[in-house]
Write a protein that binds this ligand. Structure first.
Ligand code: NAD
Length: 267
């Protein structure tokens, strides 16, 4: 088997996404930024849509839009498509956290989080699908949507009622969309990260009395003794979006260090 000069065995597969175009929502921080950077490194032309786009990775085209604003999402997707010259890959990743039991969050907080985490993905998909269908018609196998879900969708985590419900909806939405668009050549999958080392987790830890001790305790609770990295989640998203996953649709890929699947005996 021969390998090209920039593709050593077992390493990143070079610029295999050259000629493809991608839009990443929430791409200015954490998992989204790592995904936008990896897509760019793999040769795709990438736009980032974020309500706070300052952190969009170098080489990407940044669009400021809030996924709760349907008109802004439509305009933002149109702007990105015009800039990139089309759209093959949508990574719908913008989302926020919420802590508490059902008794802790009032209706307006539920509606605010569901508006971002669930309807945000619906709005973005609605705006992107005509372009993805077009891409699939011209280049079969190239069009995909990958949603950032969470192991909270299926794991039964304490103090995460609202967040888990929002990600449960993302999981069901992903499966339903995969069925609706499979014959159009648009694959739809999601990744389920465990606790990932992003600015979001940093902000949560900063609220603790002793952030360093809290971080060590969080690491210790993971089966692997560490959080998953944003780059590791990005690698899974880029796999699902790539031609290597041409037969993969309606799948949730966990990147959680074994958090959900393993049943470890207490030490
Ligand atoms: P992050 O806070 O580092 O990044 C989120 C990005 O989304 C930010 O750039 C933010 O500006 C953008 N964003 C938020 N609300 C938006 C809105 N209404 N409109 C447009 N952009 C908006 O967070 P992260 O940890 O990288 O999380 C990214 C995704 O991963 C989220 O969907 C989250 O639910 C999911 N996730 C994260 C973890 C984790 O432990 N970090 C675990 C599982 C799932």
């Amino acid at each position: 088997m021969s390998t090209s000069a920039d593709q050593a065995p077992g390493t990143a597969p070079g610029r295999d996404l050259a000629g493809l175009t991608a839009l990443v929502t929430g791409g200015a921080s954490g998992i989204g930024a790592a995904t936008a950077a990896l897509l760019t490194a793999r040769g795709a032309r990438v736009a980032v849509l974020d309500r706070d786009p300052a952190g969009a990775p170098a080489g990407t085209y940044a669009v400021a839009a809030d996924v709760t604003d349907d008109a802004a999402v439509r305009a933002g997707v149109a702007e990105a498509v015009a800039e990139l010259g089309g759209l093959h890959i949508l990574v719908s990743n913008a989302g926020i956290g919420a802590i508490g039991t059902v008794e802790d969050n009032a209706d307006d907080e539920w509606l605010r989080v569901l508006d971002i985490n669930v309807l945000g993905m619906v709005r973005t998909a609605r705006a992107a699908l005509p372009h993805l269908r077009e891409a699939a018609a011209v280049r079969p196998g190239s069009a995909s949507i990958t949603n950032t879900c969470s192991i909270a969708a299926t794991a039964g985590l304490p103090q995460r009622a609202l967040y888990s419900a929002s990600k449960g909806a993302v999981l069901s939405l992903t499966l339903a969309m995969a069925a609706d668009h499979v014959r159009e050549g648009v694959r739809v999958n999601c990744v389920n990260p465990g606790t990932a080392d992003t600015p979001w987790i940093g902000r949560l830890l900063d609220q603790a009395e002793d952030p360093a001790a809290e971080r060590a305790a969080l690491d210790a609770r993971q089966p692997m003794g560490r959080l998953v990295s944003a780059d590791e989640v990005a690698a899974a998203i880029v796999y699902l979006a790539s031609p290597a996953a041409a037969s993969v649709t309606g799948t949730a890929l966990a990147v959680d260090g074994g958090m959900q699947g393993l049943r470890l005996r207490p030490a």
